[in-house]
Each structure stands twice: as C-alpha cells, then as structure tokens.
Design a protein around this ligand. Structure first.
Ligand SMILES: C[S@@+](CC[C@H](N)C(=O)[O-])C[C@H]1O[C@@H](n2cnc3c(N)ncnc32)[C@H](O)[C@@H]1O
Length: 256
C-alpha cells in the first residue's frame, strides 16, 4: 500500500505506472492466501446455488478465479488497471475459466449495477482506495437481501500502537481504524458483522512480500520505480517489526 499524495498529475501518473509495473506478473497485488480464503468461503451462510459474484479491485484476479472455481458461477471482476485486467483474462483462459469471468476495466466507486444484483461481494486489499466506510456505503446497494460481503481492510489490532507504526500509517492511510472501529463502520453502513479473520503475517511474506522482493530486483530502475521500491521496502521493514499490531482483517458482512 502506497500513496501518491501531494504529487502533480504527471508525477501521479508515473507513480501509478511504476506501482503497476512492480506488481505485474505477480500472483497477487496485495497480501492474501487462497487456503485462508477457502476457509472463509466454507463458513459463509448458505448462498444461492449459482450465486451472482463480484470481486472489486480484483487486480490480476487471484480471488475472482478462486471464487469462479469454488462456486462454478459467474464473477464480475472489476479493476481500474487495464494491465491487471489483461492479466486476469490470460489467466482465466489458461485455467479454462473464461466462461465464468466477466472482466470489467472500470472504477469500483462508479458502478452502474442494479440494486440487489449481487449475492456475494468480495474485495481484497482494495477498499482502502475509497476508504473502508465509503466503500461499504457505495457497495451496500448492490447486495441482494441477506447477501454477503467479504472485505479485507488494513486494521489496527490494538488501541495502543507503537509510535513508528502509527506515524507511518497516519501518513500512508490516515483513515485506518481498529477492528472495533471498522465493525462500527460496517454496522453504520447497513451490514451486520458475522465474523472477522486476521490474515496471518506469514501469508504476507510467503504470498506477497517475498514475490514482490524478487520482482524489485528485476524491474527497470527509473526515478518513479525507485520511489515505489523505497516506499515498499519501508513498508516491509515496518511490518517486520510491528506485524503484531496491525494487518489485514477480513470482515465477513451480511446485508442487514
Ligand atoms: C492491493 S491491490 C489488490 C488486488 C487483488 N484484490 C489482490 O488481492 O491481489 C488493489 C487493487 O485495487 C485496484 N484499484 C484501486 N482503485 C480502484 C478503483 N477506484 N476502481 C477499481 N479498482 C481500483 C488497483 O488497480 C489494484 O489492482
């Protein structure tokens, strides 16, 4: 997770291009774990036999593909990066899941879907782009009666956060809340919270930071990639020290 605050439009465009380049070809663009996700799916309330599924901020589609495979049902997979949507299309083809994936290159804040048209809404590592509460309020209308949302969000695990971690995230993501605050935000946005699950820190290293580190050694160095690499290294080194205090929590929510 990085920021492009206080940059000119041109610098922002270059920054996002460098960030995308750094994450190209990786299995995932954020921390997550397929076994962990399957475990959550195994404990969801009963959904229709062929649920209508959406994956918002899908990246190159690790979750969209898992969901399509798990339910053998159609997944609308939305991302604002055309590079990641192209990767998703190629992966879906490779896995023989093309018929179940609807790739949508677009803004997850501006979807024109019908009310109640989604039974399962999934979003991993992406809601922060809108802010957790804003994302929930924007997406709530799309859920069918008793529809389910599984959304991961960077969360504080305690009220008592060490200063270096607090200072870093105050700058990178000032709206980051504790799990209790995020549960309140979900309740205020028309959801009941069925359960919460912390992604183990090991999954960050094995599935995300490890591959990202390797990729950092391969990409062409430009001033923009240099900045993104420096920020990513700083984020990793902070997580190494303070992963007991924050991380991704998956919020399992039901439309109330
Ligand atoms: C940290 S990545 C997570 C990707 C994927 N869910 C995963 O776990 O591998 C966040 C994704 O959100 C996408 N994104 C950011 N803002 C967006 C927006 N407004 N609409 C759609 N996608 C967006 C980015 O392009 C990126 O692919």
């Amino acid at each position: 997770m990085s920021t492009e605050k206080q940059m000119s439009i041109d610098a922002q465009t270059k920054y996002i291009a460098a960030l995308t380049d750094l994450h190209r070809g990786l299995d995932r663009q954020g921390p997550g774990d397929s076994e962990f996700s399957r475990n959550i799916l195994g404990n969801l309330p009963t959904l229709p036999l062929k649920p209508r599924i959406a994956d918002l901020g899908c990246g190159s589609g690790v979750s969209a593909l898992l969901l399509a495979q798990h339910y053998q049902s159609t997944v609308m997979a939305v991302d604002s990066s055309s590079a990641f949507i192209d990767e998703l299309k190629a992966r879906a083809k490779q896995l023989g899941l093309e018929h179940l994936i609807i790739p949508i290159h677009g803004d997850m804040a501006k979807l024109h879907w019908s009310a109640g048209s989604v039974d399962l809404l999934w979003s991993e590592g992406a809601a922060y782009n809108l802010g957790f509460e804003q994302a929930l309020k924007t997406w709530r209308q799309f859920l069918a009666n008793s529809g389910v949302a599984v959304i991961s969000e960077m969360s504080w695990f305690t009220d008592d956060v060490p200063e270096p971690a607090s200072a870093y995230w105050q700058n990178a993501y000032p709206m980051m809340g504790t799990e209790t605050e995020n549960i309140d935000r979900a309740n205020r946005s028309g959801f009941s919270v069925l359960s919460t699950h912390r992604l183990p820190s090991q999954a960050w290293w094995v599935n995300y930071y490890g591959p990202l580190r390797e990729r950092m050694q391969q990409i062409e160095i430009t001033p923009s990639t240099q900045l993104v690499i420096r920020e990513t290294e700083e984020e990793m080194s902070l997580f190494e020290k303070f992963s007991d205090f924050y991380g991704y929590t998956f919020y399992v929510l039901q439309a109330a």
